[in-house]
Design a protein around this ligand. Structure first.
Ligand SMILES: [Zn+2]
Ligand SMILES: [Zn+2]
Length: 200
């Protein structure tokens, strides 16, 4: 797949074209290249994104997910909530990692686009004209890498990775399947957290 196709796929998954998702795609591709690793079809890689919650720019994480293959559903996407557009990509087998962060050389230009102006007025991003979505995407996509990203050195990341736990058991109360580690004991029954009355 060409990089442009990866961008298009990411924006389709994401639901609209925006600058932060485009930065995420570039950060994902750049960190893969720095590690010399292919996209994570399994859980070979883990991405730690630094977005927080409920702030502008969290779209970054969707670009990272699509480009790196580190996804919410494979549980190899983690969050270190610093409120930043940055990602550390870890290759678990070799314990090598690299961090890329958004470098705001063009940020004034981004903030001056019709897209961002309309977002500021409360217009949903997918309701902004496609040409204005493309403008802000291309601003980020076509810029030299050094104007969009800061990429750190490859470093040793000694994370502890737990093996995937298999096995699911029906809750004794609601009968829904529960991953074994999430069963709780109430009396002599194994039940899900929701049925247990425990908070976790
Ligand atoms: Zn977005
Ligand atoms: Zn239950």
């Amino acid at each position: 797949m060409t990089d442009r196709k990866i961008l298009e796929g990411a924006l389709q998954l994401h639901g609209h074209g925006c600058w932060a998702c485009t930065v995420g795609v570039r950060a994902g591709l750049a960190t893969l290249a720095a590690l010399g690793a292919p996209r994570s079809g399994g859980t070979q890689l883990c991405a730690i994104v630094e977005i927080g919650e409920d702030h502008g720019g969290t779209c970054f994480a969707d670009g990272v997910q699509y480009a790196t293959g580190c996804t919410f559903g494979k549980d190899n996407l983690r969050r270190q909530a610093y409120g930043k557009l940055a990602v550390t990509l870890v290759d678990k087998a070799t314990q090598r990692a690299v961090r890329a962060s958004y470098w705001p050389a063009l940020h004034k230009q981004v903030m001056g686009t019709a897209f961002v102006h309309k977002r500021g007025m409360g217009i949903m991003p997918d309701e902004i004209p496609a040409s204005e979505q493309e403008e802000v995407v291309n601003l980020i996509w076509e810029a030299p890498e050094t104007e969009v990203l800061h990429i750190g050195p490859v470093f040793l990341h000694e994370g502890e990775w737990l093996p995937e736990m298999s096995g699911m058991t029906p809750c004794a109360v609601c009968c829904e399947l529960v991953a074994n580690a999430y069963l709780r004991v109430v009396g002599n029954k194994h039940v899900c957290i929701a049925c247990s009355g425990y908070e976790r």
